[in-house]
Design a protein around this ligand. Sequence first.
Ligand code: ADP
Length: 489
Amino acid sequence: HTKLETQVPLVRNRAFVNGEWISAASGKVFDVIDPANGKIVGSVPDMDASDTAKAIQAAADAFETWKHTTAKERSYYLRKWYEVLVKHHDDLATLITAEAGKPWKEAHGEVSYGNSFVEWFSEEARRTHGEILASPTRTKEMILIKQPIGVAALITPWNFPIAMITRKAGAALAAGCTCVVKPAEDTPLTGLALAQLSQEAGLPKGVFNVITSNRDHAPEVGKLLCESPLVAGISFTGSTAVGKLLYKQSSSGVKRLALELGGNAPFIVFNSADIDKAVDGAIASKFRNCGQTCVSANRFLIQDEIFDVFVDKILDKIKTLSMGSGMDHSCSLGPLINTAQAHKVNTIVLDAIKKGAKVHCGGRPASSLGERFYEPTLLTNINESMMCYNEEIFGPVAVCIRFKTEEGGVTIANSTRQGLAGYFFSNDVPQLWRVAKELAVGMVGINEGIISTAEAAFGGIKESGIGREGSHHGIDEFTYTKYMCFGNL
Ligand code: ADP
């Protein structure tokens, strides 16, 4: 047993299918690594397509019963699950820090956020009503009802190990669907902890299944989830490349699809903005989870007049950030998730430096802390040829770009194929409305850097995705609308 297993009672080393804890048929396992120090914190089954097929079958069998539960019953199950999750808040946070590396305070915040989806959808479950239509014909009456789509396959990333699962599963279960969850290979332990707590909450067997697989097996697992006729829909959060592949694969069965893919969020600060508030918002948006969120500010667009002040002020703030193991409660910045990500961030920064970027701080790996740490970095003199201008950085690297006019700033903001979140700071009221409407994104933070909440609709436009999560719209992804026409009345 590792130290973590004795510290955190929730660590499981099997997958959860049909209410049972099982191994891969091949017997293979893979290790889960603490990104802060490279130590093994657990090992879980490395499942393949044949294991996945069993999980799909279990979810399909369970659906036959689960679909007949009432909305109130599903609400009750979710509420129970929520209460159990709340009871284990600290354990879940420790587990997230151990496998995802995020500072414990942030992990704690993520558990609140993750749990809030289960709470929210326990409430929304009871409001999946249909509609009675005003009939155009005296002899007919028409109604629309909502029905669960069936088995939902949920494929999730590592950056929010609990919240990305609960945001999907909460909605799916509320709708009356059953789930097969495949958490990211970097953070499967939190997914398995959720399974254990679903069991404690009394969720019927087969309703919530969690399978784990290493990166090598992810393509075959994903393919089967997309192509199996027993799966009705896929909900995926992750990279644009994998999202596009799942889109293609699920076309053969015309599956319901929700995709939440990469962003390239602009963060605009206009001349009239309260600069101190903008800097605080910028720090929160950029450095939370070490820059590894899909709604992280990726490009700071700063209007000419205030550019230098903004750069000075954000630099001062960046210098106050303390980096280290997330378990050290005083740290505000943890490691990146893995060495591949650390390498990618370094490549993006070196590319910018080579092409003329000015480094105000950082600009290199924080090797003394470990191989996955990267120094918080501030770059200016940015141009369009740089990777940092075009790609999602997913690291603690802030790049500031100067612009002159509102139109110019918005044009730069929109000059990307992504459209997830966007932010801007201004105190000019007509400009608030104009810019909020003009930004080509699914979510806008107006004088605000942190916008996610269970009550709001999360999702993107353009290549950032399809569908919405959270809010009452979240359940729509997991329901069909059935039209019933009663004739000859
Ligand atoms: P990231 O860059 O954040 O790791 P990925 O898109 O690579 O994003 O991973 C997100 C999730 O998608 C993870 O659970 C991963 O295992 C899974 N995944 C990776 N490749 C595939 C694939 N070919 N089919 C299905 N899922 C995949």
